[in-house]
Design a protein around this ligand. Structure first.
Ligand code: TMP
Length: 400
């Protein structure tokens, strides 16, 4: 049974930045109710009513994974690690974005799957065989017929976006070679609970995974988790290494340890999530109070990073241009547009000192180290960051 524990109110599609704010665009803007549920049967945490992926992953998709130095480095690291550990002959990536992971592979040895046609075009142009389609059993069969079994399937921040996990895992099981490995990483529900990062819930994050839930779901497709990495990327992620039940892989101690730890954290209990929802409400109150106080003091407050996560915060907390003057973001196709739902103008990165900015709310709080290194002068001149993670606070010092 799916039991709702958190209601994040009316939310827009996070990727739907507005080019103009006028009657027509406002009328067209789509909102849905973002409530989060816990499945008492398989322990999966998901959006109660996910929206149709076809309206999310279009040829207007804005996010470019290769924009961040942190992400470039981490994809390079994992690509090298996977090649060394599993020595795959043929690999595939599901949700290849602009090719930030693929570029570490020989073009002949990797296939890309990316439903956003604008992104698929980028990797196709670079010579990677790219399917601009959603991952499902039909596509798995097409690939299997054309290229044969896959030794490595990798996916970062994509599997959690897919409403139908049953079909997803069935399709994986279908084309994975007998000793093949499916490696996927997504934000980790245990980190969300730990850091109170409720902004990890937005339309694209249909599920937030635990090992407990994934183990149950994989079992139905004769797959098993053989290893796990707990990561700091995206504010806390979990990487699952999955193989066929009848493969020769031995389940690592790491898996057993994480399983035990999740039971200890009661990730299989509804009450755990209900308690989290009270902490979220408290965080909202504190953030609004802080921003209102700074407004009364005539402080100039902006937001750093027009992230999808911050769309959840701004819409849930009702934070608009009255409290945040503008958002800065280095992604060119976000600049000049307005944030979804609350319509705050997005500007290119600016000189924070010249613009006399007093505070920058960290919409991209998961890049705190990268941002504070970049904005060291701003901090030295008395500029401050605001974060809500793990609780609402002001940051005055370089985090490195
Ligand atoms: P993400 O958390 O979904 O990866 O998005 C991070 C966003 O923050 C992305 O739009 C780029 C932006 N960003 C900046 O504008 N400046 C920065 O220094 C960093 C690290 C990110």
């Amino acid at each position: 049974m799916k039991k709702v524990f958190l209601n994040l109110l009316k939310q827009p599609i996070t990727n739907s930045y507005l080019s103009n704010v006028n009657n027509t665009t406002l009328k067209k803007e789509f909102f849905y109710n973002l409530s989060i549920a816990f499945d008492t049967k398989n322990y999966l945490v998901s959006i109660k009513k996910p929206i149709n992926p076809k309206s999310q992953y279009t040829d207007k998709y804005a996010h470019r994974a290769s924009q961040s130095k942190t992400m470039n480095n981490s994809f390079k690291k994992i690509a090298v690690k996977l090649k060394n550990r599993f020595k795959p002959k043929l690999s595939m990536e599901i949700g290849s974005n602009d090719g930030v992971f693929l570029k570490n592979f020989n073009k002949k040895n990797i296939i890309a799957v990316e439903p956003c046609k604008n992104l698929a075009k980028i990797t196709n142009k670079k010579g990677y065989l790219t399917y601009d389609k959603f991952w499902n059993v039909n596509l798995a069969k097409t690939i299997l017929n054309k290229k044969g079994n896959l030794d490595l399937i990798y996916s970062a921040n994509t599997i959690s976006h897919i409403p139908n996990l049953k079909e997803t895992f069935k399709a994986i099981s279908l084309c994975l070679s007998k000793e093949g490995v499916f490696v996927f990483e997504d934000p980790y529900i245990a980190s969300v609970l730990k850091f109170n990062s409720y902004d990890q819930f937005y339309d694209e994050h249909v599920h937030l995974f635990s090992l407990l839930a994934i183990s149950k779901l994989l079992k139905k497709n004769n797959l098993k988790v053989i290893d796990i990495d707990i990561l700091t990327t995206h504010g806390g992620s979990i990487r699952f290494y999955v193989a066929k039940d009848d493969s020769n892989f031995i389940v690592s101690q790491n898996v057993k340890k994480t399983y035990k730890s999740e039971l200890k954290q009661k990730l299989d209990k509804f009450s755990t999530y209900k308690k989290f929802s009270y902490r979220v409400k408290k965080s909202k109150k504190e953030l609004i109070n802080l921003l209102k106080k700074l407004k009364r003091q005539n402080k100039k407050v902006i937001s750093y990073g027009a992230t999808y996560k911050s769309a959840t915060i701004f819409n849930y907390c009702d934070i608009g241009p009255d409290l945040i003057q503008f958002v800065t973001d280095s992604t060119k196709n976000k600049q000049g547009k307005y944030t979804p739902g609350k319509h705050i103008l997005i500007k290119p990165p600016c000189n924070m000192i010249q613009e006399k900015i007093d505070y920058a709310f960290l919409g991209a709080w998961n890049f705190l180290k990268e941002i504070s290194a970049k904005e060291i002068k701003f901090l030295k001149k008395g500029g401050k960051f605001i974060t809500h993670v793990p609780k609402v606070k002001i940051i005055k010092k370089n985090a490195n």
